[in-house]
Design a protein around this ligand. Structure first.
Ligand code: SAH
Length: 345
């Protein structure tokens, strides 16, 4: 098995069969080995720096009904909220004072948040924080909308493809949604010039090793600047309530595979990983991740952005999150840095 890992580090890819062997035959020792290799590659590229991004969850209203997601339209049991522009700008202000130089605006596909409004919000942040990167994660929009946000000053866009396999996509989403459309969005974002992020949930219901190999090969071809990988975690008010969660081991195995394939990519140690295991984010950093994304959302709304059960950090002020993460990052030998950390592939 180790020879596949060495080959992956050297050549940055494997055959599908080799990937299959690595994904199915990885025991604890092999996992330690690949994590170590991936950490070395990250170290060579980024030193021991970990980038920090301030996450602002701007709305939990959504027109979609993804079976895995707690803020899906069909969940009648959550209190919906939408941050005002002033409130978003206030989150940015707090974040800026705490040293954040990237703001990530994430939310459901909220029909009441028009493209005009999003464009205006981006323009305001751009105007007030010319030295900061603006990342959007607001789902599928028209190419024209993506272009407008880009011109208004957005630099990056996160849109996980969730799964490349069409049949699996159908298992995770209702019929009115389309995997093809999502892939088209990613192509548009790249073409427009966004630093683009994609990714998957590990262990989502119905996911097989073959699906994961398709995801790996898709991401290899897309060459995204950012790769978001976290475990699937069930939410009690969704059709997937009873499903088991994705494992930490498989998540950090994939983090390492992506680090070896994409040495320069920005790869977060996600909140979902930190929810699956109290030391999950530290384990992610030790497996090759190089980004953390503490929450800057107003504390009173945090709990309402519950994509999955038991989400961590829903009660802490931004400043507390910042200190807590700084210490976590330090505890495993890394240093949190404040620069924008742009990546040009
Ligand atoms: N509406 C935006 C943002 C979605 S939330 C969009 O469509 O991109 C961001 C990510 O959270 C999703 O892409 C998904 O991969 C992840 N997510 C959603 N529900 C989850 C769950 N139950 N467990 C783990 N991750 C989840």
């Amino acid at each position: 098995m180790k020879q596949w890992i060495d080959k992956l580090r050297q050549e940055r890819t494997l055959t599908p069969e080799e990937f299959r062997q690595l994904l199915t035959g990885c025991d604890a020792e092999i996992l330690r080995y690949i994590n170590k290799q991936a950490q070395e590659v990250a170290l060579l590229h980024f030193g021991n720096k970990i980038y920090i991004r301030g996450l602002i969850e701007i709305s939990n209203c959504c027109r979609n009904n993804c079976y895995y997601c707690g803020i899906r339209k069909g969940n009648p049991n959550i209190e919906r909220y939408r941050l005002s522009r002033e409130s978003i700008l206030n989150c940015c202000k707090q974040g800026y004072e705490l040293g954040f130089r990237t703001f990530v605006l994430q939310g459901g596909e909220d029909p009441a948040l028009t493209n005009d409004q999003i464009e205006m919000t981006v323009a305001r942040i751009r105007q007030e924080y010319p030295d900061c990167a603006i990342t959007l994660s607001l789902g599928e929009k028209s190419r024209e909308a993506y272009e407008r946000f880009f011109r208004a000053g957005a630099n990056r866009y996160l849109l996980r493809h969730e799964t490349y396999n069409e049949l699996h996509y159908r298992q995770l989403h209702p019929a009115e949604m389309s995997g093809k459309r999502r892939l088209q969005c990613l192509a548009d974002l790249k073409e427009i010039g966004y630093q683009t992020g994609t990714g998957i949930m590990v262990g989502s219901p119905g996911q097989t090793v073959e699906h994961i190999i398709e995801d790996i090969l898709f991401i290899e071809k897309l060459r995204p600047e950012m790769i978001g990988i976290g475990p699937f975690l069930p939410h009690h008010d969704t059709p997937f309530a009873g499903h088991p969660n994705g494992t930490v081991e498989q998540t950090i195995l994939l983090l390492s595979i992506f680090r070896l394939m994409h040495p320069a990519a920005l790869i977060p140690a996600t909140t979902a990983l930190g929810t699956a295991d109290p030391k999950g984010r530290e384990k992610g950093l030790l497996a090759g991740a190089n980004v953390v994304m503490p929450n800057l959302s107003p504390v009173k709304d945090r709990k309402k952005y519950e994509l999955y059960d038991n989400k961590i950090c829903t009660g802490d002020e931004a400043a507390e999150c910042r200190v807590c993460l700084k210490n976590r990052v330090k505890s495993v030998g890394f240093e949190l840095v404040e620069d924008r950390g742009d990546v040009a592939l």
